[in-house]
Design a protein around this ligand. Sequence first.
Ligand SMILES: [Zn+2]
Ligand SMILES: [Zn+2]
Length: 318
Amino acid sequence: MSTSAASEVSRRQFLISSGVVAAAACLVPLRLFAQEGLVEVALKASATAKITVQMLRRNISVLLGPGGNIAVLTGPDGKLLVDAEVITARPNVAAALAGINADPIKQLINTHWHFDHTGGNEWVHQAGASVLAHENTRKHLSADTRVEGWGYTFPAAPAGAIPTTIFQDEHTVHANGSTLTLKYYGPAHTDCDISVHFTEADVLHTGDTLWNRNYPFVDYSTGGSIDGQIRAAEENLAKVGATTIVIPGHGAVTTGKADLTLFRDVLVEARERVAKLKKQGRTLEEVVAAKPTARYDAEWGQSFQSPKSFLGWVYQGV
Ligand SMILES: [Zn+2]
Ligand SMILES: [Zn+2]
């Protein structure tokens, strides 16, 4: 579908754009840690960002692009997707899916309501797919929803983008010879995060409860918190075995517990250090200057969330 070189180009474009956002945010001290402009930048960058297709196990593959990772299950029932990218990525998502095979998309599952996972809901639904999600995903997509962390208010999604089926705690889907177990995390990254486990293939899509080797965004505006994100990280560790293939919301696909353990440890360590500094009366600016996550910043803070942004999310919750 595309080369890793092309993927690097899109990654750099995103980094350059993120730098612009960070610089702009610095001019507004009161909103230093809100990622003003991030949504606009992501919408623009996603229109040209390349998408890479990676085959995983059995009839499951993944689309790695500018927004949330998309799992694709193929077979006689038509394609089943987990997540639907940023809306502007549509041409490249459609091309990547057509590159797998010509079968229609029949089912879409949303891991949570964020625009980089539900942006394609409307066109995928119009192409003939049902849309399944947690009940709070439908709630947030159905009304104007403000995300303070991005300084952005999302207007209510069009009728065609609203999930057609919702559930609360657990749900099972049978498609293409696979059993999919869907489970609600409870409040974590948002208040509507679910995991999707392809049981026979032992492939787990975690949505944004895992950002592999990337600092996570934490959406306090719709029920997320650093403590919820840590609880979900523990839950993911309990779910996976040594050979489980794990699709994170963002970052590379991984196998087994190692990267999940590291993610949990990075969050717990950041939480402990930031809480200690905050208890000493340090301001957020002083916490950032103290560089409590310095040993991870070069790797973890370079693509989606800067160290400064991440520390802001942690500070808010401790
Ligand atoms: Zn995401
Ligand atoms: Zn998200």
